[in-house]
Write a new protein. Structure first.
Length: 327
């Protein structure tokens, strides 16, 4: 009886090991099932990104927003239905761009290998490849993610750090994703590329305390005056866009961190990084190091984020169309 019990434990252990190894991401996951998959994505990006270099920022932002809700499962791509408001319509995602770009890549992959490559992997690979295409850092993207079938607006609102976040809120929301303060500072560095709508920070200029006319004292007064005069001329401007890293918003460099120390971070969440001694120290360390060192450290944090809480193995599905679950 004891021998049979031991044998059962051994067999169970083998099956548990098989399940855990099968359910892990791996480099070149599609090597046999769709060998051209990653090249198809890369070729499409290299063909089109030079006509739309500004797309790198929206795609890495899409990657963040996807991973912060239910893991990186492409739930951010799902459309709302008559009975459900999806992540897409949540306030943090209303300004997301690049959905059509992802759909076009998905169409090419479906033509090559129907039902094989997940939308979640397409987001992760496209974010990396577009950043590399504009001269930014590269990072390892192990694949094998599967697509989720649930997308709720309320969850996006609860989990994606808003631009009005203070330090405590940022620390909590990043910790929920298994990310620490170093990851917070490094991943915030993605704000070195891209633009923002005035609506994401106008309250800092016009209504900071809830009283019309009050301004965030943490924002450099000269920078604030310039924003008011030339860009966001009213609290209710939902149209005008502003460079998040003025002067080099298409270059993945260190100037974002330089601006933080000059109190010229555009969002409250940017300024919040300077309110904690640990994160302030990390900012100074980044600025004392080389650009290549920043790229190396940024890559580590990206790799950590895109592998957290993913669906693999038999979880989820491989969507035929990224905007809808399979019928």
């Amino acid at each position: 009886m004891g021998g049979l019990g031991y044998f059962g434990i051994v067999i169970f252990g083998i099956f548990a090991y098989m399940a855990s190894t099968e359910a892990q991401l791996q480099m070149n996951f599609y090597a046999k099932s769709c060998p051209k998959a990653e090249k198809i994505i890369l070729d499409f990006i290299n063909k089109h990104i030079h006509n739309a270099p500004s797309l790198a920022a929206p795609l890495i932002r899409m990657n963040f927003h996807d991973c912060f809700v239910r893991g990186c499962d492409a739930s951010v791509l799902l459309n709302s239905t008559s009975s459900n408001q999806a992540e897409k319509v949540a306030p943090p995602n209303l300004t997301l761009r690049g959905f059509d770009f992802i759909d076009r890549i998905k169409s090419l992959l479906e033509a090559e290998c129907p039902g094989v490559v997940s939308c979640a992997d397409i987001i992760a690979l496209a974010a990396r490849d577009t950043v590399v295409a504009i001269g930014g850092p590269s990072w390892r993207v192990p694949t094998g993610r599967r697509d989720g079938t649930i997308s709720r607006s309320s969850e996006a609102l609860a989990n994606i750090p808003p631009p009005t976040s203070n330090f405590t809120n940022l620390q909590r929301l990043f910790a929920n994703q298994g990310l620490d303060l170093k990851d917070l500072v490094l991943l915030s560095g993605a704000h070195t590329i891209g633009v923002s709508h005035c609506s994401s920070f106008a309250s800092r200029l016009y209504n900071f305390t809830g009283v019309l006319g009050t301004q965030d004292p943490a924002l450099d007064s000269e920078y604030a005056a310039n924003l008011k005069a030339r860009k966001c001329r009213s609290l209710n401007d939902n149209v005008t866009i502003v460079e998040m890293d003025p002067g080099s918003f298409r270059t993945f460099d260190l100037s974002y961190y330089t601006l933080l120390l000059k109190r010229r971070g555009l969002f409250q969440s940017d300024a919040a990084l300077t309110t904690n001694s640990n994160t302030l120290s990390l900012i100074n360390q980044i600025l004392k190091g080389s650009l290549q060192n920043f790229y190396t450290e940024f890559a580590k944090s990206m790799e950590k984020m895109i592998q957290n809480n993913v669906k693999t193995g038999s979880s989820g599905e491989i969507r035929k169309h990224c905007a809808v679950v399979n019928s």
